[in-house]
Design a protein around this ligand. Sequence first.
Ligand code: ADP
Length: 175
Amino acid sequence: MSTRLEAVEGDITLEHVDAVVNAANAHLAPGGGVCGAIFAAAGPGLREACEALGGAPTGEVRATAGFGLPARWILHAVGPVWQGGDRGEEALLASCYRRSVELAAELGARSLAFPAISTGIYGYPVEPAAEVAVATVRSTVEGHPLDRVRFVCFDRRTLAAHRAALGQAPGARRW
Ligand code: ADP
């Protein structure tokens, strides 16, 4: 069985998939960017569920229900803050993608959507982050029963970076 990987431009809070990944902070607290959007769309139950989890280390992932989102689960992945690239950022970012795929499969999710973790407020350069995202997901989905993994990109440049990493032409709609 092979998992379909795709990149689209859009808002991850609207995704109809089994699980969406949040670019979380270590406190699993509401923040800006995609995290703020997910907390706002999910509603107050998410804040309570995250408080009960008590945080997570960088590179790790914790699951909650999706609350008001179309997705059944939210996987809160704590991405690294970019500090120049020699502080283990690449391995930590890869861990976010690998652990998210593993956790999604453990929960029984068949479809999963990722934002471009760490590439906003946390400052990880978009193109190398997209390479890490695609390479890690490609290698981790082997042996996990996921039908579809979607990279939901909030802007054109992020979309182009993920399409390049997937080996797709910038204008391609499907592959
Ligand atoms: P981080 O703190 O991990 O860098 P950010 O949320 O600041 O997380 O940025 C991660 C990526 O998510 C950026 O590409 C940003 O543009 C994007 N983003 C922001 N809001 C949304 C959204 N609603 N859906 C998908 N991606 C989003």
